[in-house]
Design a protein around this ligand. Structure first.
Ligand code: HH2
Length: 266
């Protein structure tokens, strides 16, 4: 899944693809590089981010979803049912909600009615103050329990269990070591029996790998370390990785394919 952020303020590539033309050209390039799915989002979820209005979010994503869905399957990265509905009408085929349906009480009913796959990420609150919620007894057990509660609520609202894709939410209400523990014990999330999506790409905890706090890697220099996590998670059988650098990801997945005696990931 290649990331198409139509935002001025994303932590990793804010502003780079903010016009519809630039975002569509970027999506086209990611497909040419081997992305199977494009994730179009109009709201940055970086820690401390302010939310755009619904009208502004719609203005950002709809033309891009419409143009890119003619080229490849598109997911819409949104916490708003209104935006998800309009994006599905414009050609999107999957909803990626970092709140797992918690932010908008209308989301579950929409996904049930449209019968589309739904990525439910582990989430504990909006980005403005999410890092204060990074309190866990056992981060993996707590995330697994909270994701299970999400699946129960979604299926009670009529979402088919097989439509639910689970995501442990790297970097969302998680400190560095929480993310590493989730990577180490990812099989406990996979064991829930749903498809799993992982989004480690360029996240802060990877900036610190092999560095001190003063010399952390900037986001644009985190693609090699991201690809190393892709090898790890692919070996745990995740269904999808959400990444900024598709070229490095396809190479990493080809390593996994070679290890397992499969053909290319391309
Ligand atoms: N991470 C981000 C955004 N959407 N969706 C899922 N399912 N999983 C993730 O881990 C995830 C996500 C944050 O990354 P990015 O889009 O690069 O930054 P920003 O939120 O600042 O736009």
């Amino acid at each position: 899944m290649g990331v198409v952020n139509v935002t001025p303020d994303s932590f990793s590539d804010g502003g780079a693809w903010f016009t519809p033309e630039a975002a569509v050209a970027h999506g086209r390039e990611l497909v040419a590089q081997g992305a199977d799915l494009l994730d179009v989002g109009g709201e940055s979820t970086r820690p401390g981010a302010e939310r755009p209005s619904p009208a502004e979010e719609l203005r950002r994503v709809l033309p891009v979803v419409e143009a890119l869905s003619a080229l490849a399957p598109v997911s819409v990265d949104t916490m708003r049912a209104e935006v998800a509905a309009a994006a599905l009408d414009a050609g999107a085929s999957l909803v990626n909600d970092v709140s797992g349906g918690l932010a908008d009480p209308e989301m579950a009913a929409l996904v049930a009615e449209r019968s589309v796959p739904f990525v439910a990420m582990h989430w504990r609150g909006h980005s403005s103050d999410m890092q204060s919620r990074a309190q866990y007894t056992d981060v993996v057990a707590d995330v697994v329990r909270e994701l299970t509660e999400r699946v129960e609520a979604l299926t009670a609202a009529g979402v088919r269990p097989e439509a639910v894709v689970l995501d442990p939410g790297f970097g969302f209400a998680k400190h560095g070591e929480h993310n590493w523990e989730l990577l180490r014990r990812l099989d406990e999330v996979v064991a829930l029996g749903h498809r799993v999506l992982v989004g480690t790409s360029r996240k802060t905890f990877l900036g610190a790998v092999g560095r001190t706090a003063d010399t952390a890697r900037p986001p644009l220099e985190r693609d090699v370390v991201t690809a190393a996590t892709t090898v790890h998670v692919a070996r745990h059988g995740v269904w999808c990785v959400r990444v900024h650098d598709v070229v490095a990801t396809v190479d990493a997945l080809d390593v996994v394919a070679a290890l397992h005696g499969f053909g290319s990931a391309r």
